[in-house]
Write a protein that binds this ligand. Structure first.
Ligand SMILES: *[C@@H]1O[C@H](CO)[C@@H](O)[C@H](O)[C@H]1NC(C)=O
Length: 174
């Protein structure tokens, strides 16, 4: 029975590795981006997508630096400039204090025919999307804290594989 157990153990490890690779190979979904589990510098610390004058949202989020917001900030701010055709010209995202989030909303400049929309949100890397109108250029404060341990889909597969194989082993060896 020992060789069979050995083979099953190897199979389990392979299933585990495969499922991890499968999770990594998916397109980047910025809503699923979770920072690595490094120690938090202080209670309620958080991160924001951070970029300066990025040309589009993908490149802002894609290359955003991964570091904790300073302790005097509580929110993530997004400033979005775009033309009357809706083409983004400048995107800036950063950690922000309450006073920086005082002015949210959209302002159209007739002279330059540009619109600036500003939005703020609360929570771990919450500033994924760009504000484009008065519905989404808002100050969004969270009600439920997003926890760092919510990776259910990527965890489930290996766990299920384990349970399945353990049941197999029991069936074979009893
Ligand atoms: C605001 O923008 C969002 C996203 O582009 C869009 O779905 C929504 O319909 C817009 N709302 C208004 C009032 O224009």
């Amino acid at each position: 029975m020992l060789p069979l157990r050995h083979a099953l153990a190897v199979a389990v490890v392979q299933i585990f590795i495969l499922s991890e690779n499968w999770a990594l190979a998916k397109n980047i979904n910025f809503y699923n981006v979770r920072p690595p589990l490094d120690p938090t510098p202080f209670p309620n610390s958080f991160k924001c997508f951070t970029c300066e004058n990025a040309g589009d949202n993908y490149n802002c989020n894609r290359w955003a630096e991964d570091k904790w917001c300073p302790q005097n900030t509580q929110y993530c701010l997004t400033v979005h400039h775009f033309t009357s055709h809706g083409r983004s010209t400048s995107i800036t995202k950063k950690c922000a204090s309450r006073s920086e989030c005082h002015f949210v909303g959209c302002h159209h400049s007739r002279d330059s025919d540009h619109t600036e929309c500003r939005s703020c949100c609360e929570g771990m890397i919450c500033n994924v999307e760009l504000p484009t109108n008065h519905t989404n250029a808002v100050f969004a404060v969270m009600h439920a804290q997003r926890t760092s341990g919510s990776g259910v889909p990527t965890l489930c597969l290996p766990v299920l594989a384990w349970v399945f194989v353990l049941l197999l082993i029991r069936g074979h060896c009893s």
